[in-house]
Design a protein around this ligand. Structure first.
Ligand SMILES: *[C@@H]1O[C@H](CO)[C@@H](O)[C@H](O)[C@H]1NC(C)=O
Ligand SMILES: *[C@@H]1O[C@H](CO)[C@@H](O)[C@H](O)[C@H]1NC(C)=O
Ligand SMILES: *[C@@H]1O[C@H](CO)[C@@H](O)[C@H](O)[C@H]1NC(C)=O
Length: 440
């Protein structure tokens, strides 16, 4: 070897390699190798009463959603051996043409797989599970709605936050409504929001706030107050938390997570509620959804549990009116899109087979299809909720393994495809997804 090459090229390269090897041996387990390739995705945004997305040429097209709930994705991603259930769920969802999945990005308390063990203290393994959920969703070109805390006790919820504040010695009344008003508890929740939104995904290296596979943040699953006198606190809480979130993340949409009940201030609408009880929960669909930093409204629909004694015809009429009312509010009063983020009905396996479920689901699907045809504010439906096989522990009376119920599977897939076909011509360079049932 010429001395020149040996001194100027060979030795420097050799020493770089040696340094690399030494670093790898000593710190190799600390290196995170980012994913080399992920599908390109764009952020969903809003143009007046529509969800929209821009294609590569900057051309905007409207998006109407067919999707589902699987609240269990993070918990099932903690352990390597369970993760195949999560990837199967996304694969199957994609094969049904669905594009959005709503799931829990919270688990508070001392459960075995809790994400937030105590205020601001996180289990790294569980966070890595959430990272996995995002990467898998994106792989299937599915977007996620992440709910940030529960009103109910499952996975901790607001009662856990109240207990934390009490245990820390703060003078907090035991009413769980103090979740919405006590300054310490509000700070706990803000810290939580910040930890999630500013996290960098350990698998992909993408910050959550920069991740297009996140469709939206949801402030709380089904906020309710114990007493209707807490309504002003809930309203203030929504204003404060939505603004806080937008301060950290301007790219993602924010919704409240409401069930959609009308409160006492919406007197003319009270007859649309499923019962008098619904107005006393401190929430009001109109007022709560009108908050400036709330980008779109959310509504749930459970005729089987809200009006359990009604017969099927009555439930169907009720559901029709419930959907219609919220679509028109969104169109004319709120001037924002509205997403039906939980639609659930029971299976009646008597002689009708799964007919009741299909009938109620179809009622909502048809209304939303009609809304899309008229380019109205009713922007989509998410069925509650889908499982894969062998997950009895996560089931409730509204859960199903969709591919075990052919008529429901077909209904879901048809809804996905008729919505996609309606907007296909708007999309100049639509990317086909693997296993897409709508465009073979
Ligand atoms: C919003 O939609 C309207 C009507 O479809 C369109 O003319 C306008 O350019 C859109 N706005 C933006 C910011 O793209
Ligand atoms: C705790 O707060 C209540 C009202 O919220 C007040 O009446 C009471 O005096 C407070 N107790 C202490 C020890 O500060
Ligand atoms: C708050 O919620 C917890 C959990 O549901 C419950 O045990 C507790 O009794 C509630 N507090 C009040 C004052 O209702």
């Amino acid at each position: 070897m010429e001395p020149f090459w040996r001194d100027r090229v060979f030795y420097p390269i050799l020493s770089l390699i040696s340094i690399g090897i030494i670093l790898y041996i000593n710190f190799g387990d600390k290196f995170k190798f980012p994913l080399l390739w992920q599908p390109k995705m764009d952020f969903i945004s809003i143009n007046s009463t529509h969800f929209v997305i821009k294609d590569d040429g900057g051309k905007e097209s409207m998006v109407y959603v067919n999707g589902w709930n699987s609240y269990w994705l993070m918990e099932e991603s903690v352990w390597e051996k369970d993760r195949k259930k999560v990837s199967k769920m996304f694969k199957k969802g994609s094969e049904m043409g669905m594009t959005v999945c709503r799931t829990w990005a919270f688990s508070d308390g001392n459960g075995p797989n809790s994400l937030q063990i105590s205020p601001g203290v996180f289990d790294k393994r569980v966070f890595q599970g959430l990272d996995y959920v995002i990467v898998e969703a994106r792989r299937r070109r599915i977007r996620l709605i992440f709910s940030l805390v529960n009103n109910l006790d499952a996975f901790g919820g607001k009662a856990q936050y109240v207990r934390w504040a009490q245990e820390a010695g703060f003078n907090v009344t035991s009413s769980n409504d103090s979740f919405f008003s006590h300054p310490t508890i509000k700070d706990y929740y803000k810290n939580y929001i910040k930890a999630i939104v500013t996290r960098t995904n350990s698998i992909s290296g993408v910050k959550y706030s920069e991740e297009p596979a996140i469709f939206a943040w949801e402030l709380m699953n089904e906020p309710r107050c114990i007493s209707s006198s807490s309504a002003p606190f809930l309203q203030t809480w929504i204003i404060e938390m939505a603004a806080f979130l937008k301060g950290l993340d301007q790219k993602h949409l924010v919704t409240v997570g409401l069930e959609g009940f009308y409160g006492l201030d919406s007197a003319s609408k009270l007859s649309v509620n499923p019962g008098e009880w619904a107005a006393s929960l401190g929430s009001d669909f109109i007022q709560n959804s009108a908050v400036a930093n709330i980008d779109f409204a959310s509504v749930h629909a459970y005729p089987d549990s809200w009006i359990p004694d009604a017969d099927l015809d009555e439930k169907e009429r009720y559901l029709s009116q419930w959907v219609e009312s919220h679509v028109m509010d969104a169109e004319l009063v709120l001037k924002k899109p509205v997403l039906f983020t939980e639609v659930g009905s029971l299976v009646h396996t008597k002689k009708e087979g799964v007919y009741n479920r299909d009938l109620l689901l179809k009622t909502v699907y048809d209304k939303l299809y009609e809304s899309a045809r008229k380019r109205q504010a009713g922007a989509g439906t998410l069925i509650w909720q889908l499982l894969v096989e062998g997950m009895k522990g996560y089931g409730d009376q509204y859960s199903l393994v969709a591919w075990d119920q052919p008529s429901t599977y077909k209904l879901i897939t048809e809804q996905s495809c008729r919505l996609q076909k309606m907007f296909r011509k708007d999309q100049t360079n639509r990317k086909t997804r693997p296993g897409d049932p709508c465009f073979g």
